[in-house]
Design a binder for this molecule. Structure first.
Ligand code: NAD
Ligand code: UDP
Length: 394
């Protein structure tokens, strides 16, 4: 049986009349008005009483010391699901993107189109979704004009090389993805009335001086350092997103993603999780960069995807940190992998790459409060699932 495409894909010159944005997205744009904390509490408790309410603010205000921006923000509680929605995922054949596509289909999306040039992703990541008539993979470089038309309710922009190894090699592609790819995503969202969620990163905080990192922190990025191609591309992308939101009324969301791991990471992508897991599985030594005292927090991919879904369905336009706040040094992480795999080699040190952040931990107060989100999968469980996957591919 031939599969009929969920998305009509045709040149700009043949745009059909049903791609009229107002027909696709009848909801008026969200208007944010300042509310007093008391009014906010009333809105939240009303919304949470509504049947089907899935998430919302659990507290009206936050302790100022943990995130002094949040009490001033005002958002209504989310009462929505992906059921019946038409979703595009730029970068949908990557590690996070493939899990997101899977989750969207499981949540009842009417159609999911992954747009990917496979520069760091793989068709194999979404091959299993090809059996579902609601899924389509379109091979395309999003830095080039899209020529895709049709209704879109939500667009996730994940298209960018993400590992330090990848973005050092694909430096110009990374800058172009952050700038042109993001602009194309926003223009498509503007045309279709879709919500556009930008996958940003903890790297916008650079080598942070404020710890843990709260969204109000503006960061410490070296704009000429080797990581700048990624950091500055993502910072520019956030600026672009806010511009389209403020000046053109596009419904935008910004997720600042912290280190995420899980099945379908590439074995050779250079990130610490596949590096240490594959080294442990092969009985090789752990290559710890520097003295291993730098810290990171590791979020299991299913938790991250849940955060992305919640954020897309919310009306939170300010950036939101998504990550697991459990912090450990890289040496401690090597020990955790050694315990999980069993056996394994010793730790050997290698030079610390220039600009490698010394600490990183998300303050997730905003995500907890506005999205009702917090990670659920601990490192032991997440590592066990990841190791199971890597055993099959090593
Ligand atoms: P990934 O490399 O596995 O996925 C990125 C995907 O985007 C790949 O499939 C790649 O082929 C595609 N892509 C890149 N440039 C493209 C282009 N010009 N046109 C079309 N497709 C293109 O990386 P990931 O870990 O899944 O990251 C996904 C997103 O999340 C990225 O935007 C990344 O910056 C962000 N992020 C990830 C993490 C993490 O720890 N995984 C942390 C912070 C931010
Ligand atoms: N790292 C390491 N050995 C490796 C790969 C990475 O010690 O083989 C360190 C790296 O220097 C960094 C941390 O692990 O301090 C996380 O690196 P990753 O590339 O996964 O992500 P980053 O947080 O740097 O973007």
């Amino acid at each position: 049986m031939t599969k009929s495409p969920v998305w009509a894909i045709w040149p700009d010159s043949k745009v059909p009349s049903d791609s009229n944005p107002s027909a696709v997205n009848p909801r008026p744009p969200t208007v944010h008005r300042p509310h007093t904390p008391a009014a906010l509490t009333a809105i939240q408790s009303r919304a949470l009483r509504r049947p089907g309410a899935r998430m919302g603010c659990s507290k009206p205000a936050l302790p100022p010391e943990s995130n002094d921006e949040v009490p001033g923000l005002c958002y209504t509680t989310v009462v929505a699901t992906f059921s019946g929605k038409r979703v595009m995922v730029f970068g949908g054949a990557g590690f996070v993107g493939s899990h997101l596509c899977e989750r969207l289909l499981a949540d009842g999306a009417a159609g999911v189109v992954a747009v990917d040039n496979l520069c760091t992703g793989a068709e194999g990541n979404v091959a299993h979704l090809g059996k579902d008539a609601r899924f389509e993979l379109v091979r395309h470089d999003v830095t080039e004009p899209l020529g895709l038309q049709g209704p879109v309710d939500v667009l996730f922009n994940l298209a960018s090389p993400a590992s330090p190894f990848d973005y050092a090699k694909l430096w110009l592609e990374t800058l172009r993805a952050g700038a042109l790819g993001t602009q194309h995503a926003l223009e498509l969202a503007e045309k279709t009335g879709a919500v556009m969620l930008q996958a940003s990163t903890s790297e916008v905080y650079g080598d942070p001086i404020v710890h843990p990192q709260v969204e109000s922190y503006t960061g410490n990025v070296d704009c000429t350092g080797p990581r700048a191609v990624y950091d500055e591309a993502k910072r520019y992308a956030e600026t672009l997103v806010m511009g389209f939101h403020r000046h053109r009324g596009v419904k935008t969301r910004i997720a600042r993603i912290f280190n995420t791991y899980g099945p379908r990471m590439r074995l050779q992508d250079g990130r610490v999780v596949p590096a240490f897991v594959s080294q442990a599985l092969k009985g090789q030594d752990f290559t710890v960069f520097g003295d291993g005292s730098q810290t990171r927090c590791f979020c299991y991919v299913a938790d991250l995807v849940d955060g992305l879904v919640r954020l897309a369905l919310s009306d939170v336009t300010e950036p939101v940190n998504l990550g697991n706040p459990e912090e450990r040094t890289i040496r401690e992480f090597a020990e955790a992998v050694r315990r999980a795999v069993g056996g394994g080699g010793k730790i050997v040190t290698k030079p610390l790459p220039q600009g490698d952040p010394k600490v990183r931990r998300p303050d997730i107060t905003r995500a907890k409060t506005l999205l009702g989100w917090a990670p659920k999968v601990g490192l032991d469980e997440g590592l066990a699932r990841t190791i199971e996957y890597f055993r099959a591919v090593v």
